[in-house]
Ligand binder design. Structure first.
Ligand code: ATP
Ligand code: ATP
Ligand code: MG
Ligand code: MG
Lengths: 254, 254
């Protein structure tokens, strides 16, 4: 049974892309068949795999707006498969906004390939617009990367409210599968206080593993690979492997 | 003569909001009359000034979509005036998309109050959508906060291309007034290499001052004030004061 997980938080720069890539690679390492989907016009996920975004013949834009079969937009990499994005995706929200069924385009596009994968991970832009709504509608659960900082915490209420609306109108099963603390620096009081607040509000939905701040995670995309390949024995690779195991275990509980 | 400056970068989490607030406070300290405008549905700028975003009677949404005079949406704070935002701004892009002159709504709204300010700073969401296009159309220049990291640098090409389109169709004078390196950690090779790349591509448009990474900047919004008030004698306050002087000096050169 394929599990579709979306990485989302409208707060910018909280490691949505970094988590999609590294969790994807770690799930592949456990023997799963994994597809990651780049749904952000910035195309950071596509770039992080070393794919040239300037010369892509097709992109996820064509899948959503022109009904291209998604298998024609999937590139294979050593770490997982990826449905790529390019800048033309910036025009998708406007192009989709007048279409009937505009919120279900991604769900329809993924349906025929779910049989080929154990996990599908969707990276979203820092917004709660139509692209992210498409991701919520297509997903079983949402993992919310969050920085242990004040401004980052404030956005979670809006995310919760949006998911409530999605459940009522589009996808009754979508839920927050986990809140993941990223870029963690346990030395500051601010981080510790913010983490305390998160645990009070989200309880056991907060993932046990915390991804510590390390420059290795910023370096890996330059090489076009995940940190599991870039520095296989490092702390960051170990933490993302731990995250993959926790994600796998959480499905059994759900 | 009022100068309208927009803080923009579609890459998330690069300190757009933090820079709008602290540059605004520093320009006020120099004796200028300053208005900051929150154009992000996340309302982080409004929250950072300690304003309760859940119970706002009006917001910038009403100004853009219902032609409310902006002076009815301006709150005074000890550090500058602010045109506030709330979550209803998330509906603005769709509401505006079918209106004639949809890209000029902010420009029209600001026109009557430019006489009351020396600087107007606009904080934008992490996207190049209609809200940011409104900000580009209303602005004389754009300051681009950037992290010295690979994924952050990749977005600058898209930003340049968008500004080119804005110049051709909407606002011939808007230019990049400066590229500001934020959250800088000079200890890593990655940061130094990324900074080198920035200087090669943007030359003297890169601001001389670099804002160093410090937890003080994440702490200040919890208190509802800028770092100039929160820790007036600290490094971050000194760097934002330096930035304000550089911004003032740059106009003389333009
Ligand atoms: N644990 C970490 N430690 C240090 N740097 C990190 C970590 N995780 C991610 N980064 C870096 O922080 C920056 C932001 O991460 P990333 O781009 O994945 O966030 P995002 O939420 O996808 O951003 P956006 O909102 O723009 O899509 C990137 O430069 C990334 O390389
Ligand atoms: N120089 C700095 N050192 C350390 N932390 C910083 C610095 N500048 C900003 N921050 C913190 O980093 C986070 C991101 O900054 P901020 O929210 O201002 O970025 P942004 O570009 O406005 O994000 P978004 O794309 O979501 O609008 C915030 O938690 C902020 O408090
Ligand atoms: Mg991203
Ligand atoms: Mg912001």
């Amino acid at each position: 049974e394929c599990r579709v997980i979306c990485l989302s938080n409208q707060k910018g720069g909280v490691a949505k892309t970094t988590t999609t890539m590294n969790l994807g690679a770690a799930l592949t390492e456990l023997g799963n068949r994994v597809l990651v989907v780049d749904l952000d016009p910035q195309s950071n996920l596509t770039m992080s795999f070393g794919i040239d975004v300037e010369n892509l013949p097709k992109s996820i834009f064509d899948v959503l707006v022109h009904r291209l079969a998604i298998e024609h937009n999937i590139h294979k990499t050593p770490e997982c498969d990826i449905a790529v994005a390019s800048i033309d995706l910036a025009g998708a929200e406007l192009a989709l906004s007048s279409m009937i069924g505009r919120e279900r385009m991604l769900e329809k596009a993924l349906a025929p390939v779910k049989k080929d994968y154990d996990y599908i991970l969707i990276d979203t832009p820092p917004s709660l617009g139509l692209l992210t709504v498409n991701a919520f509608t297509a997903s079983d659960e949402v993992i919310v990367p969050v920085q242990a900082e004040y401004l980052s915490l404030r956005g979670l209420v809006q995310l919760d409210n949006t998911l409530q609306v999605i459940r009522e109108h589009l996808n009754p099963k979508v839920r927050i599968g986990g809140v993941l603390i990223t870029m963690y620096d346990g030395r500051t009081i601010h981080s510790r206080e913010a983490t305390e607040l998160l645990l009070q509000n989200y309880g056991d939905r907060v993932m046990k593993v915390r991804i510590k701040k390390t420059i290795r995670l910023a370096e890996a995309p330059v090489q076009g690979s995940s940190v599991l390949t870039y520095e296989s024995n490092g702390t960051a690779a170990a933490q993302y492997r731990e995250l993959a195991q926790e994600v796998v275990a959480r499905v059994e509980q759900a």
